[in-house]
Design a protein around this ligand. Structure first.
Ligand code: ISE
Length: 335
């Protein structure tokens, strides 16, 4: 069985997903693409040999579309996810579920009312070999019980126009999700600390941010989110535990020593670091749709929980103090 996928959004990440589904993932084909900027959809559709959908509805309800990938701008995710749910199409929605809690709540309510898991959240780091290896460290004999997790998330430049809230809802949302997943724990409160602002930051915005969460089990999770680091893209994660410390590998770059200097190339943007994770994520999703596995990856509930935690951090940006992370009870459909 081939899963025929329709793609909403032909920008950077939509193109990565479409090329993976058409070329690298077994058991899938791309049959339709829709983008509000028609020209980018036309070029991608020509490259992949599929149709350009006339409208969002045409794509989502098309007979030739078994499943949908939402790769539109963040602010459109919830509207597009609601449309996919209304058509009962299995969907992989790029992160974040939504930049605001109200929008995320509407999508959660819609899926809970249907009573079936249709939406998967595109938190691709859950498929990254580095994070998967780090998760295996936790809980196994060896490093003991986690006490703190130190995360670094640096971008050379912020691709979508920097806003301080966006650093939380678009970028640090990855750490918010991956630490919940690594620790199998929930956040209780958060504080964002802002110090000096870096030179290339637009007037009125702040960068970097230092975000500190506490979890139900009392683990401290800190995230340095630095969107204008200039030197390149870098993501690190270190778990400090009772009997040891584990550092995530960074994707297996070569360390080169030459002319009395030892160093590593640094990618310019996240595709250089996470390219494989996107492909592995898509293969897992397609396999699950082909009935080979149960649901995989982050659920809509995980997307919602991340938005609740991000929203609390956004509140802390203006209050300057600890803010509670109030996660409601998990609905039965996500048990
Ligand atoms: C971007 O949207 C991503 O999802 C990348 O993975 C992340 O590292 C980057 O900071 C975001 O802006």
């Amino acid at each position: 069985m081939t899963i025929r996928v329709g793609i909403i959004g032909a920008g950077n990440i939509g193109t990565v997903h479409a090329r993976n589904l058409a070329g690298s993932v077994a058991g899938s084909a791309v049959t339709a693409i829709f983008d509000v900027a028609g020209t980018s959809a036309t070029a991608l559709a020509a490259e992949l040999g599929c149709r350009v959908a006339a409208s969002l509805e045409d794509l989502i309800t098309g007979d030739d579309v078994d499943a949908v990938v939402i790769a539109s701008p963040d602010a459109l995710h919830s509207e597009h996810a609601l449309a996919c749910l209304a058509a009962r199409k299995p969907t992989l929605c790029e992160k974040p579920l939504a930049p605001t809690l109200g929008e995320a709540q509407r999508v959660l309510d819609a899926e809970v009312a249907i009573g079936e898991r249709l939406i998967t959240l595109g938190f691709m780091r859950r498929f990254d070999p580095g994070y998967v290896a780090l998760k295996a460290e936790i809980g196994l004999a060896g490093i003991g019980s986690p006490l703190m997790v130190h995360n670094v998330h640096r971008n050379a430049f912020f691709a979508y126009g920097l806003t301080t809230e966006g650093t939380v809802t678009n970028a640090a949302i990855h750490e918010i999700d991956i630490n919940r997943w690594l620790l199998d724990d929930e956040y209780t409160r958060v504080q964002v600390i802002m110090g000096q602002t870096a030179p290339e930051v637009p007037e009125g915005q702040r960068d970097p941010l230092f975000i500190v969460y506490e979890t139900e089990r009392g683990v401290v999770v800190d995230i340095e989110a630095f969107m204008t680091a200039r030197y390149g893209y870098e993501v690190t994660c270190q778990v400090v535990a009772s009997d040891g410390v584990s550092d995530m590998g960074d994707g297996g770059y070569i360390t080169r020593t030459t002319q009395r200097v030892r160093g590593q190339a640094i990618p310019e943007q996240w595709l250089g670091r996470f390219r494989d994770s996107y492909r592995i994520e898509m293969q897992a999703w397609v396999d699950s749709l082909r009935g080979r596995t149960g649901p995989v990856g982050a659920s809509l509930w995980d997307g919602f929980a991340a938005t609740v935690a991000a929203d609390a951090a956004v509140n802390s940006l203006s209050s300057g103090t600890w803010e509670p992370v109030d996660l409601p009870p998990r609905p039965d459909v996500y048990a």
